[in-house]
Design a protein around this ligand. Structure first.
Ligand code: GLN
Ligand code: ZN
Length: 788
């Protein structure tokens, strides 16, 4: 190692803001309840920033990152910074900046906190999305690239104007400087900001047309930061990892030429995806440095190190910002050393992306198995890894760094060899899996005939998606069970009573295919993860999903298998209470994969297949126990799509195969359902059809059945239940409204193939509204039967 490596510096693209103990969440919710004044909320924010900067400095990073903090969402911060709050809110002078901010985030009534997100998983697509833009509606919310973080979508019209309208960023820079930190400010770049927004105008208004108005304001922001003396500005353009239309690509050059004129050093940051055809563009843009994702695109590092002019800084995101595994430091050093050599030491080390997407610290995980814990690295541990990498790359490191390298080496070796990770039986089973393990015995038409003869359901059969209201009683019982106050037998008795209650209600309502109601499940992924081998759960591994909402994804660390049946007892109990068919309820392999931290020592496809085999065993056991209809939920299939279209086919191939493997143990007479929501599916219809579920239920009501047109045009071959009412809203739809939706559906799908059901599970609703809505739904189905 040469001494020129002394030029190596380290930083992170961003740090989690919610706080080690989710302090920000609790402060926000207190403020929204009216219990914490704005000034005190600001103090909580200031304290968190100070703490997080101190951690970065103490860990030996060369800069602290400023501008990654947000009270709700970093994109929303930019809406205020750039002065483009949508005019529809009609904000007056009297309203404080923060209250305008929360109005955009949560809507005017501001009652979102009171309304839990739907769908079992704390996912956000549901909290917003009223669709209609009345003055008080919150901004739409959508997924941040392929993460489970959700940002607020900027709204653009031809009239949108921009101005430097908010001092927050500059105040935060001053705060960090007053604390003695070397500051790297971070901004979302102008092209990504426009791309991530949505045109809210009639006709084909192109939001790229706003660029000329936007760039001068970015210029002013940079000018202010320069005046404040920040060393660097990291300007994020993650859209460089997407398939961009030509005009967007060519807009980069001119934009960055302009912004570079300000004279503050710019670090252009890309992440989440390979640069591919944008690689040479990213390398030649007139900026002082380029950050790339060395975890998602390690194969591009060599060409970037060659293409990027030597006077520019190359920041390599070598530590995984999207996952929780300890970095293999030896492997990282082997990757970095030739790059350092090539760049004459002009190299920065970083996390692949903002650490927003990983939990805060392992220090809090006192209950975690010690060996598994030694394999992990959360945000604060990742800071330490960056320091060790830097020291090691510079050559002359101290005893502490040498020791850290040893510990890391031992942990990597233990993970690689551990019998807890590798189960021969799982491997052998996959190796021996017959090629047709993903095929049902007979084609759909034959299965359909057999199932019709078996279940004798009426036309337009009615069902629900699985969960019934998770009442306060249910949640209290589970909480006291978890605290050890309620013993297993008593807890199970309570849950059996809840199941019996749900079954009784459904019989009274006259539904055709019943469900047990999922009372015993906290979350549709956690419930299965807790019972499968290869999964582990953290105590405080929270990751921000949106606003104050966090999720605690399970960690899949080893080969997955199912030690014993997971749902059979509950389902059989439910079936024993009714003569109607009881639908078994499982979560599918892709959804379990997608909502977990996944191992990085084997392809995702292989982990998916292992989960699929575990679910397959459960299907077989349910069938054995006499359950004739089984639903395998896959709401997350679409969100697993790679950011690059060129990689869609590969993903869809293994993902749909995993689903089929989970379902295909079923005999022809067993009816397999699946359920999907959260998305439009029109661009993956052939693959959804290839999943070959006998029945699919989908979310369609908010689109007024428009989503179904694609299925109709595609001539979707199997049975479909398009959701006839929106479970995200407390509004109870009337019979006529649902009849109208069903008539619309009958015009595009053969009526003999139609089912009648809500959009999604009912766990977040109350019983009273649920019963009224379902009564109307059953009446609507009966009316259709009479008319057809
Ligand atoms: N069966 C689940 C439920 O009803 C499905 C949830 C989902 O689609 N996210 O709650
Ligand atoms: Zn759903």
């Amino acid at each position: 190692m040469t001494t020129s490596n002394k030029a190596i510096q380290s930083h992170v693209p961003g740090f989690p803001r919610i706080g080690a103990a989710r302090e920000l969440k609790f402060a926000l919710e207190a403020n929204w309840r009216g219990e914490l004044p704005e000034a005190e909320l600001e103090t909580v924010g200031r304290d968190l920033r100070a703490r997080h900067w101190a951690l970065q400095q103490q860990a030996g990073l060369d800069f602290v990152t400023v501008g990654d903090f947000a009270f709700y969402d970093q994109v929303a911060n930019h809406i205020q910074l750039l002065g483009c709050e949508p005019a529809r809110y009609g904000f007056g002078d009297g309203q404080s900046q923060l209250s305008r901010y929360f109005t955009m985030a949560r809507g005017k009534s501001g009652n979102k906190a009171a309304e839990p997100a739907a769908c079992g998983h704390d996912h956000a697509h549901d909290a917003h999305g009223e669709g209609n833009l009345h003055a008080s509606a919150a901004l739409e919310m959508t997924k941040w690239f392929d993460t489970n973080y959700h940002y607020l979508v900027p709204e653009f019209t031809p009239e949108t104007a921009f101005s430097l309208a908010c001092e927050r960023l500059f105040d935060e820079v001053a705060e960090a400087q007053a604390l003695g930190h070397a500051v790297k400010a971070v901004l979302l770049g102008p092209l990504s900001f426009l791309w991530l927004g949505k045109a809210k105008a009639d006709g084909d208004f192109d939001r790229l047309a706003l660029l000329d108005k936007l760039l001068p304001v970015y210029g002013q922001v940079l000018d202010r930061l320069k005046t404040q003396g920040v060393q660097w500005v990291q300007i994020d353009e993650p859209i460089l990892g997407l398939d961009l239309p030509a005009p967007w690509r060519s807009a980069f050059e001119n934009s960055y030429w302009q912004l570079n004129q300000v004279g503050v050093p710019l670090l252009l940051a890309t992440y989440f995806s390979p640069l591919e055809e944008n690689l040479s563009l990213a390398c030649r843009l007139p900026v002082a440095g380029l950050h790339v994702d060395g975890v998602r695109a390690p194969h591009e590092l060599t060409s970037i190190a060659d293409w990027l002019p030597v006077h520019k800084v190359l920041s390599v995101g070598i530590v995984d910002g999207r996952n929780i595994w300890r970095t293999d430091l030896d492997a990282a050093l082997a990757t970095l050393a030739p790059i350092a050599e090539k760049r004459g030491g002009k190299l920065w080390l970083s996390a692949s992306c903002s650490l927003l997407h990983v939990p805060f610290t392992l220090a809090a995980e006192t209950a975690l198995d010690a060996e598994i814990r030694s394999w992990l690295s959360f945000a604060t541990e990742k800071l330490d890894e960056l320091y060790v990498l830097k020291q090691a790359l510079q050559g002359d490191y101290d005893a502490a760094t040498a020791a850290a390298l040893e510990v890391s080496r031992a942990a990597i070796a233990s993970r690689r060899a551990s019998p807890r990770v590798h189960q021969d039986a799982v491997r052998a089973r996959i190796a021996a899996l017959p090629a047709d393990a993903d095929r049902r015995h007979s084609p759909f038409a034959q299965r359909q005939a057999e199932q019709r003869a078996r279940f004798k359901l009426p036309a337009f059969p009615t069902t629900t998606i699985g969960s019934f209201p998770q009442t306060a009683t249910i949640r209290a019982a589970r909480a006291s069970f978890k605290r050890g106050e309620l013993n297993t037998a008593d807890y199970e008795t309570k849950m059996r009573e809840e199941i019996a209650y749900a079954v009784r209600r459904q019989e009274e309502l006259g539904l055709d295919v019943l469900v047990h109601g999922e009372a015993e499940r906290n979350d549709m992924v956690e419930y299965f993860g807790e019972q499968l081998a290869g999964f582990v759960f953290t105590q405080l591994g929270w990751v921000q999903s949106y606003g104050s909402r966090c999720v605690k994804p399970p960690v899949i660390y080893g080969d997955v298998s199912r030690p014993k049946a997971m749902t059979v007892d509950w389902t059989v109990h439910a079936q024993s209470l009714t003569g109607k068919p009881m639908k078994g309820m499982l979560t599918g392999p892709i959804t379990i994969l997608q909502w977990s931290f996944v191992r990085d020592d084997q392809p995702r496809a292989r982990t998916a297949l292992q989960i699929a085999l575990a679910i397959r065993d459960e299907v077989a056991d349910l069938e054995q126990a006499g359950i004739g209809i089984i639903q395998i939920d896959e709401p997350a299939v679409r969100e697993g799509l790679p950011l690059r279209r060129s990689r869609w086919d590969e993903y869809l191939d293994w993902a749909t195969r995993a689903f089929r493997v989970s379902a295909s143990a079923a005999a022809d007479g067993t009816q397999i359902h699946t359920h999907m929501c959260y998305a439009e599916f029109n661009d993956i219809l052939p693959q959804i059809a290839a999943m070959d579920a006998d029945v699919i239920t989908i979310e369609t009501s908010r689109s007024d059945m428009e989503l179904l047109n694609g299925f109709g045009q595609f001539r979707y071959p199997n049975e479909i239940g398009p959701g006839v009412y929106d479970i995200h809203s407390p509004r109870v739809p009337g019979q006529a409204e649902m009849v109208r939706l069903l008539q619309k559906a009958s015009a595009v799908i053969p009526p003999a193939n139609l089912w009648v059901n809500p959009d999604c599970g009912l766990k977040t609703r109350g019983w009273a509204e649920t019963e009224t809505a379902l009564r109307n739904m059953v009446a609507a189905a009966r009316q259709l039967r009479a008319e057809h």
